[in-house]
Design a protein around this ligand. Sequence first.
Ligand SMILES: [Zn+2]
Length: 139
Amino acid sequence: MTKPLTKSLALERLTALAQRFKVPVPRLEWSQRARYGQYILSETTALNPVTQNPVPLTRIRLGANLTTGSENALLHEFAHHVAYTRHGWLRGKKAHGALYTEILIDVVQAWYGDLAKYPWHREYKQVYDYVRSQARRAA
Ligand SMILES: [Zn+2]
């Protein structure tokens, strides 16, 4: 069991993860009503300071009352942020495909130091099946 996060604690953890994965610190929206974490691509854009190209703004939405547990939701949504930063927006089935799942595995490993501490059985089936197939290959 993980204890519920507060917004400032969540931001602290996202900042630490962002440094570790060398990505910008994601914007965080905190909602007491949210039941699930979300990674949201917004309609608004910001200018990339280097290229001056408009890039869509994204944000992670979390709260203290998530059914999946705030800490694991934070790791799941942060992995979306890394995937978006590296590969752009992954649509449809690709959102939780192999590219995403490899990143989530790295994030969970970095965070817990032990893949077994993450509740993979509560993940999307696509993610769970991928992780199981990788585990079989390693065995
Ligand atoms: Zn997701």
